[in-house]
Design a protein around this ligand. Structure first.
Ligand code: MRU
Length: 348
């Protein structure tokens, strides 16, 4: 059972997946989304297939291929599938092996919650170091990285929330995050629920905000971090990194080590998901927040307009001030530093 993120903020609706194809649809339509949560959902999906008596290997393949960029999805799926296989290999019957897969999904869920808390701690310490002085932080974030995408309170958002709880958040600047508005629909929803001081801006307003000296640091999550420290995250992250560099503002990536993919050598090797052009040329019920509207969109471009709609972009390591994980922080960002962090993590 998922909280259907396509219905937020208008409605907190449950989405019940009774089989793996339903979960694959939920993943593709972004009812469930965000790197860490995709890993958790993928692991539960394998357990669901096992409990139903479906072909677990085939179901795992379907889940793993549902979206290509967030490395956590494949990680979660493979972890639960391996636990299932191992149980079968040791002579467990399918029912017992399904229980083992479910236990593995629950373990991943728990570990992700713990990782959230530790990332928040390291992130706050880093902000103290980089932004001394009173007055509170003005933090800019992109996409959605809070409790909605995590077993705990999230990645980048958890750091901002921690700053808020300590009375050190002056303002959270929330990029609306076109085309699917994860910032407006989801991050603003989470910020409001937590009583945080926040303002929403269109993505293209960020430049003037930096120029006005209103941003102390950028905090974002990641979908995949390559071995050289290149960071794939929601499209629009890379332009923010360029702006941050020009304006001498720290650009901080917060992600669990499960998002680090040492098998992907560099940014050019990261597969970036291309989404349907209609997400750009039309406003759908998702973008205009109409509960229960059908999927048919309102055209906002001439009929026949084609669109460029990558879901993610890649920021090179030289534009990233620091990467914060549950195992600690690296700055500057180097392949050696990342490898050491991952070696500390029992998950990799
Ligand atoms: O397409 P989405 O909404 O799944 O993209 C999510 C993001 O890009 C998040 O910033 C990323 O997964 C980090 S979540 C901690």
């Amino acid at each position: 059972m998922l909280l259907d993120q396509t219905r937020l903020p208008a409605e907190e609706a449950e989405f019940v997946c009774t089989d793996v194809p339903a979960l694959v649809r939920a993943i593709r339509t972004l009812a469930v989304r965000g790197a860490p949560l995709l890993g958790i959902a993928g692991a539960y999906g394998v357990a669901l297939a096992a409990v139903r008596g479906d072909d677990v290997a085939e179901s795992a393949g379907l889940l793993e291929r549902a979206r290509p960029t967030a490395v956590n999805l494949g990680y979660g799926v493979r972890r639960a599938a391996a636990a299932y296989r191992e149980a079968i290999g040791k002579g467990a019957d399918p029912e017992r092996a399904a229980a083992v897969a479910l236990a593995e999904a629950r373990a991943l869920h728990r570990e992700d919650a713990e990782a959230s808390g530790r990332m928040a701690g390291y992130g706050l310490a880093l902000l103290d170091e980089l932004l001394p002085g009173g007055g509170g932080h003005r933090l800019l974030t992109h996409c959605n990285t809070g409790a909605l995408v995590s077993g705990g309170e999230g990645t980048a958002f958890a750091v901002a929330l921690g700053a808020h709880r300590e009375g050190r958040l002056r303002r959270l600047w929330v990029d609306e995050t076109r085309p699917l508005l994860q910032g407006a629909r989801l991050t603003a929803y989470e910020a409001a629920r937590n009583g945080m001081p926040y303002s929403l801006l269109t993505d293209n307003a960020a430049g003037s905000l930096f120029a006005a000296g209103e941003v102390d640091a950028v905090l974002i999550g990641a979908d995949r971090i390559a071995a050289d420290g290149s960071v794939a995250n929601k499209v629009g992250s890379y332009p923010l990194a360029v702006l941050a560099k020009y304006h001498h503002v720290p650009f901080i990536v917060v992600a669990p080590t499960t998002t680090v993919d040492l098998d992907t050598a560099d940014g050019a090797s990261i597969v970036v998901e291309q989404r349907p052009g209609a997400e750009v040329t039309e406003f759908t019920s998702l973008q205009v927040g109409v509960v229960g509207a059908d999927a048919g969109g309102l055209l906002v471009a001439p009929v026949g307009t084609t669109a460029y709609n990558p879901a993610f972009d890649v920021t090179p390591p030289e534009l990233v001030t620091a990467i914060v994980t549950e195992e600690g922080t690296i700055s500057p960002v180097t392949g050696v530093g990342l490898t050491e962090l991952c070696a500390r993590s029992s998950q990799v």
